[in-house]
Design a protein around this ligand. Structure first.
Ligand SMILES: C[S@@+](CC[C@H](N)C(=O)[O-])C[C@H]1O[C@@H](n2cnc3c(N)ncnc32)[C@H](O)[C@@H]1O
Length: 202
């Protein structure tokens, strides 16, 4: 059985190798990130976490949404991704945390929303990890699970088939969220985006 630290090592190795080129590989994604952030419906002054923020591509639209009085945090467990975020100046838009979403250094109910792009497929224990995200969000707060391309397009890019076991398939994701403190409120899986929104149980 793999231990937590094995899981971390694998994720960190995978993303450390890709950190320096991450943004240049996907140069045109800005507008789809901004559109996904808009669907969170954040208000001025809101507190939001970008979970698995990587190079911080979502931090500028998140800051624009909550304004200067809001709180924007970006958490990631791969130092090289956070270093790339700093090189890109994204730490100006949010506070970066070297942290595992399995154990966030945040108080219960302290956030209004969590945005997570490209994260869930990398989580070794998705139900527990989604529950930890629910812990830090206030009742009625929002979760966005986003990917800038849909499941079919991503599978094709990676040269694999989508299987019925795919975590992000709607029949799997809905009960996974429901068992982790979230109620799925919308689900879109199109070629040019995947976006599942959920509301934190009261
Ligand atoms: C596919 S990348 C997406 C990065 C960024 N959200 C984006 O959209 O460009 C996934 C990121 O999640 C991070 N990650 C994976 N598992 C994590 C965990 N348990 N806790 C925190 N970050 C994690 C990885 O280090 C990586 O930076």
């Amino acid at each position: 059985m793999r231990s937590m630290s094995d899981d971390h090592t694998h994720v960190q190795e995978f993303f450390t190798a890709r950190a320096a080129d991450w943004d240049s590989k996907f140069p045109d994604d800005g507008p789809v990130y901004a559109a996904a952030v808009a669907e969170l419906g954040l208000r001025e002054g809101a507190r939001v976490l970008d979970a698995g923020c990587g190079t911080g591509r979502a931090l500028p639209p998140l800051r624009a949404a909550v304004g200067p009085s809001g709180v924007v945090l970006g958490a990631d467990l791969t130092p090289a991704m956070l270093e790339a975020a700093v090189r890109a100046g994204r730490d100006a838009d949010g506070q970066l945390l070297l942290a595992d979403v399995a154990a966030l250094p945040l108080r219960a109910d302290s956030l209004d929303a969590v945005f997570a792009a490209g994260l869930i497929a990398h989580l070794p224990h998705p139900a527990e990890n989604l529950r930890e995200l629910a812990r830090v969000v206030r009742p009625g707060g929002t979760l966005a699970l986003f990917h800038p391309i849909g499941r079919a397009a991503l599978a094709a890019r990676q040269g694999r088939q989508i299987t019925p076991e795919d975590l992000r398939a709607e029949p799997n994701l809905r009960p996974l969220l429901a068992g982790s403190g979230w109620r799925m409120t919308s689900y879109v899986d199109e070629d040019d985006r995947f976006l599942a929104l959920a509301s934190r149980d009261s």
